[in-house]
Ligand binder design. Sequence first.
Ligand code: AMP
Length: 595
Amino acid sequence: MDPPRLGSAHRILSALDTDEQVLRFVEAITSDVASIQSELLQQILADNADVAYFHRHGLFGVPSAEDFHSRLPLISYQDIELDVARIASGDEDGHAKILCARPVREVLKSSGTSGGRQKLFPKLSDYDPEFLVLNRVARPFNTGKSLHFIYVRNPEVTPGGVKLSSGLSGYFTSPAFRNRKIDPATSYTSPDQVLQCVDYIQANYCHLLCGLVQRDQVVSVGSVFASTFVRSLKSLKCQWRDICQDIAEGAVNSRIVTSLPVRNAVNAILRPDIELADAIRKECCGGNWRGIVRRLWPEARLVQTIITGTMQQYVSIIDMLTDGLPIASSLYASSECSSLGVNLDPVCPPSEVLYTLFPCFAYFEFLPLENRLSAPDEDQGQEERSFVSCDNLVKLADVKVGDEYELVLTTKAGLYRYRVGDILKVVKFHNDAPQFAFVRRAGVLLSVDMDKTDELELHKAVTQAWNRHQEHSEIRLVDYTSRVDLSSQPGHYIIYWEAFPDPQILELDVCCFELEESLSVVYRRNRREGSVGPLEIKLVRQGTFDKIMDHVVQNGGASYGQYKTPRCAKDPKVVSILESSVIAKGQARYMQTST
Ligand code: AMP
């Protein structure tokens, strides 16, 4: 039996207050990763002995680690969809023990915005100490307040009595959050009533208002994902007049903030302050948004938000709005397991962000990229999935620097060898623990013929094409998406761009040409041979991507705080929002003959 590393890590977890304790925890958890993982796997198998899922795979009683590795298959969402649906319907009331031995009374909904549709994942009832510790390890300062744009949705309850929520909403509406230890010197600028407000517009307005009236205490600004941060700040453009009036009068506008508890909580921190209102008015009225964050929050030293993966798109606009404040991309998390890892060097440059997966959070395995015969996306057929073998799965302690892998998870709540769909690259080790760069979501985004363009290839091509034209201008690419248009032959790619602050007439034809030049060799060969048609770029009106976010959140059940722009527009309503917002377009004309 391995030494009780997991136990000692958990003991440290329960008392993480001082920086020294945090450092001790990080050292303990990143040393002897193999033992901690093996102990965690044994614990998960023992806790979940005799669940129906194990029986289905011929495992009875407490499976051994060898049984786990030899008998349990690599799975995607389709393999457990019916199990989770049964759990969500409340079937476990009859102690069905479907995936997990403990009754599951809460199910987390993924945002469904990066990988397609929403998925449901079982969650154990209490908030894991891991989730809380992750936030503590990632907390950058011990003094000063944080203006954090947090948006939640009301959790739903299924007819079977199971709570359905997003990871973020679940936490911010949970007793664990309500009963947390509050230190007024380091708290959020928004009162809990605002953090828990389910109306996006009211919450956004109040976050800005509360952040502005406490501007001298604000040391960090942020949101979970960078896209939310950008949208929240952009709204200042329309809201600063009302906000200044509220600050001058010392009372929140009841036409905008209709919720009485939210209004009362915000009014409690307001007092008439004409001087502050004038100072804010002066910064906002000229329409100069460069460095607006530093001007409005002069003590802010850090932006705290995730800027890796699909979020790297927003780094340039955040740099513009904050005039280059450092960005801490601290957390790597997902609905499958809440907490996955943390960035141990949070204030590093955006291109160097690495996440350390804490071995006590989940049992991690890795599918080497060359062994991934297919991506775990929604459209995959059963036949194709069954070819993916477990034989080459690599354990956390055994991954190799320089290699790329798809993350595979086994969790306490009952996911076993589940393909998350994130591609990670090992960059280095801290003690025994590998540190990963987030590369991209798995899967092909765009394909017409033999060409296959993934999220990262598209991102690089878009960024290169944009930068060649706009690098030295004040205009930023706010957001983009894409789709394949097969309505005319040959099919072709369409890329949609939204610019901020003011869309100008860009040389879109030239941008199309440059974007195509940055796509893969296969794409360019197909283009020259005529099996793929000329790429189009369509510039859309300001606010279009906000409309898409509103549509997806309101119709899909994701929360604003968890939303990620779909980089490929498949939903017909999203395509119709895009098409009805086009203000200029360009098309590639020719393809160079060299590859
Ligand atoms: P959801 O479960 O809907 O909240 O989405 C979880 C997914 O968000 C993960 O599987 C990743 O694809 C993405 N994600 C979460 N944290 C990060 C991060 N730090 N960097 C890049 N992508 C992330």
